[in-house]
Design a protein around this ligand. Sequence first.
Ligand SMILES: Nc1ncnc2c1ncn2[C@@H]1O[C@H](COP(=O)(O)OP(=O)(O)OP(=O)(O)O)[C@@H](O)[C@H]1O
Length: 260
Amino acid sequence: MSTSTPSPVLRANGLAAGYGGADVVHGIDLELVAGGAPVGVVGASGSGKSTIVRALAGVVKPTGGHVTWSGRPVSRVGLRDKKRFRAQVRRVAQEGLGTIDPRSTVDRVLGGALTDARRAGTANGATVAELLAHVALEPRFSSRVVGTMSGGEKQRLVLATALATRPAALLLDEPLTAVDPAMRGEVVRRLAETTAADGTAVLLVSHDLELVEHLCPHVHVLAEGTFVASGTLSQVLADPEHPAVQDLAQAAPLAVQRFR
Ligand SMILES: Nc1ncnc2c1ncn2[C@@H]1O[C@H](COP(=O)(O)OP(=O)(O)OP(=O)(O)O)[C@@H](O)[C@H]1O
């Protein structure tokens, strides 16, 4: 067994971040390690989950502490390395299609993502059909115009686009809210396989405890901008010391029953 600990792809140390001069998260310590187990962040609406993801992705600048990418501050990634950073650290946000053109076809969108991956030097010869399979979309979707897809199909397309660059870190912010529970389970199963095979470090932010439980052996509970409990989801829910964990347990009684 190797004694060396792999260094994190992304690390937050005492991270504070917010908007308009007011911090909404503070004192956040988090590590995403290549080949490591996916990490989950759960917590009430407005507790700051998306803000942590934005800070890790370099979209929001820390007001305190540090976010580092392979040891370098994300806030100081220069123009020259921006492309590599964007290919290596992919954020799938809850805000919808992002930069994907709804008038484009799936084939063109995913083909373009694969071209970007080749340019960034991260491609592994994957095809559009393989990317579709990673998110349980059938091959017939390749000719579809993006704007005609259902909400859940679009979310799976966004995820496939992120997987195209074989990112070192994948930051998932409520990635499958519009996907029905049965299909969500299937997508997560495939996602777990793909990211484990590639050694992708995964962070999942979600209200869906079942989704978090399926993917993430380790979770942090966020309350008012700070982590108040950490461990496996069953450990955290079995000992709800903090009111935020009690709220979480009450909001998901079925999930809690299963964990007990
Ligand atoms: N662009 C912004 N400008 C000002 N305030 C913001 C902005 N984005 C988020 N906030 C505020 O920061 C706080 C944390 O928001 P954030 O989106 O990180 O929470 P969240 O835990 O992801 O919530 P949800 O589960 O509802 O998505 C909230 O009070 C929110 O209103």
